[in-house]
Each structure stands twice: as C-alpha cells, then as structure tokens.
Design a protein around this ligand. Structure first.
Ligand SMILES: Cc1cc2nc3c(=O)[nH]c(=O)nc-3n(C[C@H](O)[C@H](O)[C@H](O)COP(=O)(O)O)c2cc1C
Length: 501
C-alpha cells in the first residue's frame, strides 16, 4: 500500500499534535462550558416492587458478532505516539477482561507512518473485544480511499471502521483539513466496498437527525451521535493556540453542539430500527442507563477512560466495574431484566432543571350564541391528566375579549339568573359608544355592534386558576369551570397550562 502523504503540514506534525492532545486532555479543563449532556433532565422512577431477581438482570449484548458484558464502549482516542501504546494496551486489556468494546484513535498517523503500528496494535491483548479502527472522514476527500481504509482495518484486526466528523475542530486547527464538500458521496462509496461495517461519529458536538438520515441512506451501519456536554474539542484546541484572537474564537465555541441526550432522541426518532450509539459527556453508569433507556445500542466514554488509563490498569478496571454495576442495579430497581426492557422503558421521565414540569394545550370550542355557558370542566381535567403532572396549578385562559372563563355552579336556573344579570348590567340594546361605527377608525360596515359583550366581559374575567392535587382538580363540590360566550356564535380558543411536578 502506498504511504499517504501528510496533506499540508510537515511529516511529524500529526504525532506532535497527538501528544499535545493527550497532555491537554489530561492536564487542562477541556470540558464544554454552558452546555450539558441533558441526561440530568431525566430521572428514573423506581418500580419499588421490581418483580425480578437481581441475579436475573442481564446487561449483556451482541454487536457485530462480538459478545459484550454491557453496552459500553471505550471511545476512540489515541495512537501514533509512544505514550499512546501504554494507554491503548491498558484500555484494551481491561476491555478484554471485562467485556467492553474499544475504539482506537485516528489511523491517519498510521497511514502516514506505518512504523507506529505498535502504538495501535492491541488485538493480541484483546482477541475477543469488539475493536473499532478510526479515521477522520475528511481524509476521504484528501486522497485516502478504500484500499487505505482496508489496510488500516487489516493491520489493526478491527471489526469495524469508525469515521469521525470534526468540522469545527478542523476549522479551529491551524492548517486543519476543512474540505468537507462532497464527503457524503465518498462515505457512501466506501460503505459500498469495505468488508467491515462503517460507523460514523462526531467528536462531541452531536449529529442532527437530518444528517443521521443521510448517513444511513449512504450505507453506514451505525451512527454515534457523540454529542455535547463532555470533552470539548474547541477547548482542547484553545489550549494549543497561539494568539489571543484565535483563542477568543475557540472560546466562542465552548458551548457549541447538540446536547447528547437531545441528539440521541433525535437520531432514534428518525432511525427507529438502526444502530445508534451515544457518547459525549457520559460520566457514570446512571448516564449510561439513561442513554440506553433513550434508545442507545452502545454507550461510549472517552475522557474518563483516558484519565483512568493514565493512572493504570486497576483504575480502568474499577471504572468499568462501577459503570456496569450501576447499570445493573438501575435495571433491577426499575424492573428491567434485559437491555431490551430498559430501552424504551416508561420509567425514565423528563424533569426540568427546577424540577417543575409545564404542559400547555389549546382547547377549541364552537359556541352557539350570546350568553351561552359551556361547562369545560372535563376538558380541562383531561389536559391535567395528559400532562402527567400530579401537583401544581392549572391555569385556564380565554384569549378573547368577549368570551370569559368563570367558576360557578352548574344549575340551569342559576345559569338563567346569570344570563339575566349580565343583560341587566350591560343590556344588549345599549346604547354603546363602541357601536357608533361612524366615530371609530379602521372598521368596516360589517363590524359587529358588541359594546355590551365587551362590557359584560369586563364584569367577568379572562382566566381562572385551579389547584391540582394528586392529579385531580381541587374544585369544590359544586364548582364547575365555564366558558361564557358573550358575543355571537363562533370558534373560541382556550389555553390550559398545567405547571407543577
Ligand atoms: C485524548 C482524546 C483523543 C481523541 N481522539 C479521537 C480520535 O482520534 N478519533 C475520534 O473519533 N475521536 C477522538 N476523540 C473524541 C472521543 O472519541 C469522544 O467523541 C469525545 O471525547 C467525547 O466523549 P467524552 O465526553 O466521553 O470525552 C478523542 C478524545 C480524547 C479525550
């Protein structure tokens, strides 16, 4: 195979950059700022009575023909520099022992410098693991073709090739590879001929649903949304930059990207039956369990495994054990004995940062004539029920100036009294200044003469609020909620907002 020439920079640039990336990731704060994964906005509702034994819980899965003890991936990180050899061997050794999947760093340096193969080669230490080779997708636009990809996979004895999308990182890197035009066609061409599955991932800014669809149409086997909230590559690059202006540009992207949970949900929505992986900011077994519950087939972590590998094999072993044990106990406590049961469980519920939920619905009513009282209590109770909120407040609001919302008793003679009272206080016959169309501006001859409707509305109100207690409207025995038409028959829109937890 012909050696691939470094596209721009001098031949040693890639290894130097790799070494800097490792050092910065280990020594500096490279976490995203102002954006979180979004997993903190979900919580599991314990089953209390799970009706399974802990021993029955099976966290295992099979992917690309390899058995995993848990759906966990040590995300692609490194290779090509001396320190990478120790890290890769440490990670792969733990993956073999425990049964995790493991990814290798970008193989571009290996294509340029085949002599660095020992820094990537982990298969002898990890004969059974699901092993992923890796390459920047943009390399396909810069002379790397299927033959080089095949060579990379063969040298590493990998089960699949991961292409990473890192447009922002390349744009921030001096001399970065930013020629992304036409890349999808090259990905499709590679998928068509490569013998192993092609997976596409981001590096921590997320892949949106429309791109997920295009990638699957191009023939990729899996998409790792690799969203925002964890390691931020603009922050990593900021630490390598010279010049205050460039550093400020990089800093502008510290909060960039699609939160991982959001990217995962979006991908699952548009690709319900395809392999979707989640990574980016996953930091513990609870995050991993939430990711599976939101639809992930495999959950990846990079930064935490790098820091553990830097400490040694025991730290990697401990981290992996902690992740699996947390996942296993979570599954037990919600009564999910398999990953299939965890995936799509109704026991993962969203919660807003303040712990409050808000649900809003518009109800449409067709009224039949002036001073009609429509009892909308059941319709409002239906909105409260659908919201899932148990305790809070239900606000019922009419967005009209001649249709009111009031609470009172539903007794037909009483309703007649109300109608007569309204007619006495603001009689239909008037006169009303508002009905003197000659003196009003901007109205046509068809403008309704409804001064009485507005005046009656002023005596009533546009809204009512009802406490919600234990999922029920806390109305008194005789209280009902009325929409009161004060004008002619028409369509009325009532907004019901439920706020609570
Ligand atoms: C030191 C380091 C090197 C990385 N190198 C690569 C790489 O070569 N290829 C790749 O696809 N992603 C690479 N990544 C990105 C990770 O795979 C992952 O997408 C990202 O770090 C977000 O995950 P995290 O928040 O768990 O760290 C690297 C991450 C780290 C920490």
């Amino acid at each position: 195979m012909a050696r691939v020439q470094s596209s721009r920079a001098e031949p040693t640039a890639t290894p130097k950059r790799k070494a800097e990336h490792l050092r910065i990731n280990l020594d500096e704060d490279v976490s995203a700022k102002g954006v979180t994964t979004g997993f903190e906005r979900y919580r599991f509702v314990p089953a209390a009575l799970p009706e399974i034994d802990l021993d029955q819980v099976d966290t295992g899965t099979t992917l690309f023909g390899r058995r995993l003890a848990a759906p966990l991936l040590i995300s692609c990180m490194t290779g090509g520099v001396p320190e990478a050899e120790r890290i890769n061997l440490t990670l792969a050794g733990a993956a073999q022992e425990i049964g995790l999947a493991v990814g290798l760093g970008s193989g571009r340096v290996l294509l340029e410098h085949p002599e660095v193969l020992p820094t990537f080669r982990v298969r002898p230490e990890a004969p059974d693991v699901l092993l992923l080779a890796n390459l920047g997708a943009v390399q396909l636009n810069l002379g790397v073709g299927p033959d080089q990809c095949r060579w990379l996979v063969e040298q590493l004895e990998a089960d699949a090739l991961v292409l990473h999308l890192n447009a922002l990182q390349e744009a921030l890197q001096p001399g970065g590879d930013t020629r992304f035009a036409g890349l999808l066609d090259r990905i499709a061409a590679l998928c068509a001929v490569l013998e192993v599955p092609v997976i596409v991932k981001e590096v921590g800014w997320g892949i949106p649903p429309d791109t997920v669809v295009r990638l699957f149409e191009a023939g990729v086997a899996a998409v790792d949304v690799a969203g925002a909230g964890g390691t931020s590559w603009s922050e990593v690059e900021r630490h390598r930059m010279e010049g205050e202006v460039r550093r400020r540009v990089a800093a502008a992207f510290a909060g960039w990207g699609i939160p991982t949970a959001e990217a995962l949900r979006g991908a699952r929505r548009v690709a319900p039956d395809r392999l979707i992986f989640a990574s980016g900011g996953i930091r513990d077994g609870m995050d991993a369990a939430k990711a599976v519950a939101l639809g992930a087939d495999l959950v990846g972590m990079a930064g935490p495994f790098l820091r553990a590998a830097d400490q040694g094999p025991e730290a990697v072993h401990d981290l992996a054990t902690e992740l699996i044990e947390t996942l296993r106990i979570t599954m037990f406590c919600i009564g999910a004995s398999t990953l299939e049961e965890l995936r799509g469980t109704p026991r993962l519920v969203p919660e807003s940062p303040a712990g409050l939920g808000v649900a809003t619905e518009d109800l449409i009513f067709r009224t039949t004539g002036a001073r009609e009282f429509i009892d909308i209590t059941e319709a409002v109770a239906g909105v409260a029920r659908r919201s899932g909120i148990q305790d809070g407040i239900v606000h019922i609001f009419s967005s009209h100036t001649t249709a009111a919302i009031r609470i009172n008793e539903h007794e037909s003679l009483l309703l007649t009294d109300f109608q007569e009272m309204l007619e006495r206080l603001a009689p239909c016959a008037g006169p009303y200044e508002h009905d003197d169309l000659a003196r009003r501006t901007g109205v046509g001859p068809d403008e309704p003469r409804n001064g009485h409707s507005h005046c009656q509305h002023l005596l009533l109100a546009s809204s009512e609020s009802v406490p919600l207690v234990g999922g029920r409207l806390a109305l008194g025995l005789w209280q009902r909620i009325f929409l009161i038409e004060l004008d002619d028959a028409r369509e009325r829109r009532i907004t019901v907002q439920v706020v609570g937890r």
